[in-house]
Design a protein around this ligand. Structure first.
Ligand SMILES: [Mn+2]
Length: 318
């Protein structure tokens, strides 16, 4: 048996989802399957090409639905799981019993662990620490912004390493380890810690850059990182610097895309009146109600800036 296991790349929940699914698959479906891991990133334009579904079984976890009849397994919890209404119809008509969608879950990892236990009798205690942390990290369940920004726990350090990773082979190794070892064992190994060290100093630089670039008006914090060369940051930094902000809107440029990110302050005492995934979907993006993003072509700077401004105006109205 061959399996293509696709997962949300550069994401702790994506990697954890892949690890839990991989272990489930080996324990309950096919112990000898040859499994290829494939990280998927959100991109403007067409998302899936046919080669992704070339194995005997093809699985997607923590990522958008593909209306391919060659898709065998699918698990997702994102609000914006369907690229089109046709994709959603395709999913609703599915009778395979192997495609699962529940946006009430904070992490896809927990969704997979729950469904595979209930429907396939899959139990694996060494994974429980991983499932616990995926829920905290993907669900932003930290007690305060300081805990989230200090990155004190090994799981948080591993998450930062995964988010910054640019070597697919390294992440694939981590996923395979996470399916057979405890999270603590994997997260505290030297290979992970040595990758975290340079990120820790970059993290401190990012805090400084965001402090300088950001300004808050009517509860909405804005910063533009396109001129800084910065390609990613801990998404809680804005609320650590500006606890008074209810929302953040930011602009960032990477070689592959121009990205508008929109977030809700998880420690805000205000009532959230906007669904950020729904707002971003209007521009071809998506995500969760509390954190969402839009990817534009790298050259579409003006288009991205216009979208960011429109979104800020909407959020400032309260
Ligand atoms: Mn997720």
């Amino acid at each position: 048996m061959t399996l293509n296991l696709m997962f949300h790349d550069n994401c702790f929940d994506g990697a954890s989802s892949a690890a839990v699914f991989l272990r489930f698959y080996q324990d309950k479906i096919s112990p000898t399957a040859s499994v290829a891991l494939i990280g998927l990133a959100h991109q403007p334009g067409q998302q899936f090409h046919d080669g992704l579904f070339a194995a005997e079984e093809n699985a997607i976890v923590d990522f958008k639905y593909a209306s391919s009849d060659r898709l065998t397994w699918w698990f997702d919890h994102h609000h914006s799981a369907f690229l089109t209404p046709e994709d959603e119809r395709h999913f609703r008509q599915d009778r395979s019993g192997k495609r699962f969608y529940d946006p009430s879950f904070k992490s896809c990892t927990k969704l997979i662990a729950t469904v595979t236990r209930q429907q396939f009798g899959f139990e694996c205690p060494i994974l429980s620490e991983l499932v616990h942390w995926a829920d905290i990290i993907d669900g932003a369940m930290y007690p305060d912004a300081k805990t989230a920004v200090e990155v004190g726990e090994p799981a948080q350090k591993l998450a930062a390493v995964i988010e910054a990773n640019q070597e697919p082979e390294f992440l694939h190794g981590i996923i395979r380890q996470l399916s057979w070892q405890t999270l603590s064992e994997v997260a505290t190994q030297q290979e992970v810690l040595s990758r975290y060290a340079p990120l820790a100093s970059r993290h401190a630089d990012n805090i400084r850059a965001i402090r300088e670039a950001s300004h808050c008006s009517k509860g909405v914090l804005f910063f533009d990182l396109t001129g800084t060369g910065l390609e990613g940051y801990n998404k809680f930094i804005p609320y650590y610097l500006h606890p008074e902000a209810n929302y953040t809107v930011s602009l960032m440029r990477t070689p592959k895309r121009m990205k508008v990110s929109v977030g809700w302050n998880p420690w805000s005492r205000a009532d959230r009146k906007h669904n950020l995934a729904a707002i971003c979907e209007r521009y071809g993006g998506g995500g969760h109600p509390v954190v969402a993003a839009i990817s534009f072509q790298p050259k579409a700077g003006e288009e991205a800036r216009k979208a960011a401004e429109e979104i800020m105006e909407e959020l400032r109205k309260g």
